[in-house]
Design a protein around this ligand. Structure first.
Ligand code: GDG
Length: 483
């Protein structure tokens, strides 16, 4: 029986090693949810790194990891500390991540790290090749594994290989700067189907292929040696019911069941009849436009002083890649900005920004989403942005206003939100005012449309559509062979 293999940098598991004891829990992220039906059914497996380096494991513990992850139908790819340093923190996050998000000034192209990127892609390929058989389907995820499709296809041509990029694909003018650009494109073209969040990313990819490799492209199909590679857009959705139901349950919580955060947020809302909460949630990443957002909030308080003491920006910044220096710099900048603005405007009874630098349990996330009158999401570049979708899914009374950057992939499907250019403080400040003053009827009619769309195109649907499209490439391959 043919099987499906999912490959991503990390396994959908939280693996912890404490006092030489392993603790393994399934993770609850969007990708894991989307793949649930594929992964849990049949004989599918998931291949990725467990999060623990070879150096941390004795030979016995290493066996224990394999046995424990195999119970979750996963196979772990062994990586050592140097791999993680050079392939993950190095090449993936210092070269590809900034380049693909248009942060050329942050991109470092280090030859040794590139070598490590190639070696680690080969390590993933070795594990895939040890598990894949003719007729199987392999779905590879994201920018850490751009070379993997070719490494599999070259050795196992009779497999269906799909690839999905979770971050933006940049325009040709940006991509052409990359020193090993042809090799990277050939790596991706090992896939039979390449998926992107938006049509624009798809177009940028096709343009790079045409201009750098001089390949023939017909509509969304690339003729590549004796194969056809299909390219398409699949905007990733969320587990809509999970967020919606959690918010419904949240609304019914008794005083005893409420979290401390829930109570504090309620206190704020009850402090004055027109008090408003503006929420932002993201990983602390320079692509997310956090300093811009804080400065725009300052501009708003300066321009519209009537709203001082009436609004509060609740900002959750989740620690991310904190050993990379650009992220450390961003952390210092964010801390300083929050301190300066709170110092400038705070009164004895009001702090304008509540800033949390940590990750929160799911229940607290729901506390935040359901308490917020406005979600302020201002990335400078973002492949999709699931937070925007999750906020709308939790609006069980249909009220609330989403302010969303037009640089987020999600903005294409969410035109009923207030869309802003994240570099314009003026636009953001005016959008905040508009959001706060928006009549409830208008909020509801906008959110009603958004919710219907998000419920229909959920993460399960996204995975289903991708697989359907990948399956169809088999027919094209069979027709070529038959000729
Ligand atoms: C990449 C692309 C693309 C956040 N804080 C907490 C928490 N979260 C959850 C959110 C959401 C997820 O993390 C973040 O997803 P995003 O899409 O917003 O952003 P990235 O992490 O940058 O994801 C992005 C995505 O891949 C999918 O393709 O949309 O563009 O950059 O689900 O809910 N969850 C919990 N506590 C937190 O503190 N439990």
């Amino acid at each position: 029986m043919n099987k499906t293999i999912i490959v991503s940098n990390r396994l959908p598991l939280q693996v912890k090693l404490e006092n030489n004891k392993l603790d393994i829990k399934p993770s609850v992220g969007g990708l894991a949810t989307g793949m649930k039906s594929v992964h849990a059914d049949g004989n599918g497996i998931w291949i990725g790194w467990s999060g623990i380096t070879d150096e941390e494991l004795t030979p016995e513990l290493s066996k224990d990891v394999q046995t424990a992850v195999s119970k979750e139908k996963c196979v772990s790819v062994p990586l050592n500390q140097q791999d993680v340093e050079d392939f993950y923190f190095g090449f993936s996050n210092k070269a590809l991540w900034p380049l693909f998000h248009y942060f050329l000034e942050y991109a470092e192209f280090d030859k040794n790290q590139w070598e490590s990127y190639k070696e680690v892609n080969q390590k993933f390929a070795d594990v895939v090749l040890a598990n894949v058989e003719d007729g199987d389907t392999v779905w590879v995820h994201d920018y850490q594994l751009l070379l993997l499709p070719k490494l599999i296809k070259d050795k196992k041509p009779n497999t269906s290989i799909g690839f999905f990029l979770h971050i933006p694909y940049p325009s040709y003018e940006i991509f052409r700067v990359f020193p090993w650009r042809e090799e990277l494109l050939h790596g991706m073209l090992g896939a039979d189907l390449l998926g992107f969040h938006t049509y624009d990313y798809e177009r940028h990819f096709l343009s790079s292929v045409k201009r750098l490799l001089k390949l023939e492209v017909r509509f969304n199909e690339i003729s590549y040696s004796d194969r056809i590679v299909k390219v398409d857009s699949f905007p990733m959705g969320i587990d809509y019911q999970k967020f919606h139901n959690a918010a419904l349950k949240h609304a019914q919580h008794t005083q005893v069941e409420k979290t401390e955060l829930h109570r504090r947020l309620e206190d704020h809302m009850q402090s004055s009849p027109d008090a408003k909460i503006i929420l932002s949630i993201d990983r602390l990443d320079y692509t997310k436009g956090i300093p811009n957002r804080i400065k725009a909030f300052e501009y708003f308080l300066d321009k519209y002083p009537q709203y001082r003491e009436k609004v509060r920006l609740v900002m959750l910044a989740v620690p991310s890649r904190s050993n990379v220096d650009t992220y450390q710099k961003l952390k210092r900048e964010t801390d300083e900005l929050v301190g300066r603005i709170n110092g400038k405007f705070a009164t004895v009874s009001w702090t304008p920004i509540w800033y949390f630098y940590r990750s929160m349990p799911f229940d607290n996330l729901i506390d935040l989403y359901t308490s917020a009158d406005v979600a302020l999401i201002t990335p400078l570049r973002d492949g999709m942005n699931l937070v925007a979708k999750e906020y709308i899914a939790t609006r069980v009374n249909n009220d609330g206003v989403l302010i969303l950057s037009e640089m987020a992939g999600a903005s294409i499907e969410m035109s009923e939100a207030i869309l802003i250019n994240p570099t314009s403080y003026e636009e953001i400040a005016d959008a905040i005012k508009k959001a706060i003053e928006m009549p409830v009827e208008e909020q509801k009619s906008r959110n009603h449309i958004l919710q219907k769309r998000l419920a229909r195109y959920s993460v399960e649907k996204w995975a289903e559509e991708f697989f359907k499209s990948l399956d169809a490439t088999k027919t094209i391959r069979e027709a070529i062979v038959a000729k």
